[in-house]
Design a protein around this ligand. Structure first.
Ligand code: UDP
Length: 236
């Protein structure tokens, strides 16, 4: 598989064309941003950890019946994925209050929900990724009702799966963000990443934060948290 021109550079990943129009190569960077790009930094080793962790979860999710964009891990930072049109929605699932939920609704961080919550943001940096509801999603044609129903079902299934997998590693899954894409045949599949950049992971015993909140909130030992998550999942 030949790595051709770069098609896109995001905050944490670069995307390249290949000699197959249906496949792309994602290249994970160590760059970190927060607060819509206002805070910038580097988390050494992050790219390799996020690549490996995302691929691990995507392979398991495929086996559990959730279609994903994952094709093949090429190097410690590069992965071959299916070329999809990203649906510009951030699909956020929460089990415990934190981050923008706590802020918006005045709910203490750590409050455990009786049932997971699901919310959507319109992926648009210029607008600051505003929250969006179902009828607004239909109004601006981001997805059809049947597509949104499928996305919702996948998101909740992914939550149950990740929650139990991580519980066995001594990790509490607080919340996370997913992105879905559409293949050229119109099939909706999971895309983007599942990593400490896009999830909140807390140590199940101590409550210690083992995710990007260490960077966002200047808690220190950011690299250590990513490495610890890697150890919990892969051992050593
Ligand atoms: N998240 C993300 N990208 C975003 C916004 C949120 O990956 O642009 C993730 C974030 O890491 C957390 C979850 O989605 O695991 C919920 O984030 P929240 O809405 O609380 O926003 P934040 O506090 O990160 O601004």
């Amino acid at each position: 598989m030949k790595k051709l021109d770069q098609v896109y550079e995001g905050k944490a990943k670069k995307v390249f064309k290949t000699d197959d129009a249906n496949l792309l190569i994602v290249d994970y960077k160590d760059d970190a941003t927060a607060f819509n790009g206002v805070k910038k930094g580097t988390i050494i080793g992050k790219g390799a950890i996020n690549n490996r962790m995302t691929n691990h979860f995507m392979r398991l999710l495929e086996q559990a019946g959730v279609p994903t964009h994952y094709v093949e891990e090429l190097t410690d930072r590069e992965t071959l994925v299916k070329n999809v049109k990203i649906i510009p929605l951030e699909v956020i699932v929460r089990n415990i209050a934190a981050g923008s939920f706590s802020k918006r609704f005045g709910v203490k961080e750590g409050t455990v929900f009786r049932k997971p919550t699901l919310e959507f943001s319109y992926k648009n940096d210029e607008l600051g990724d505003p929250m969006i509801n179902d009828s607004q999603i239909y109004a601006i044609d981001l997805a059809k009702p049947s597509e949104l129903a499928l996305i919702r079902e996948y998101a909740l299934r992914i939550n149950e799966f990740l929650k139990s997998t991580l519980f066995e590693c001594g990790i509490t899954l607080v919340d996370f963000k997913l992105e879905f894409g559409k293949t050229s045949d119109g099939v909706i599949i999971l895309a983007d990443e599942i990593s400490p950049d896009t999830c909140r992971f807390w140590d199940a015993k101590t409550g210690e934060k083992l995710d990007k909140d260490r960077f966002r909130q200047d808690l220190g030992n950011v690299e250590g948290a990513y490495q610890e998550m890697s150890r919990r999942i892969f051992g050593k």
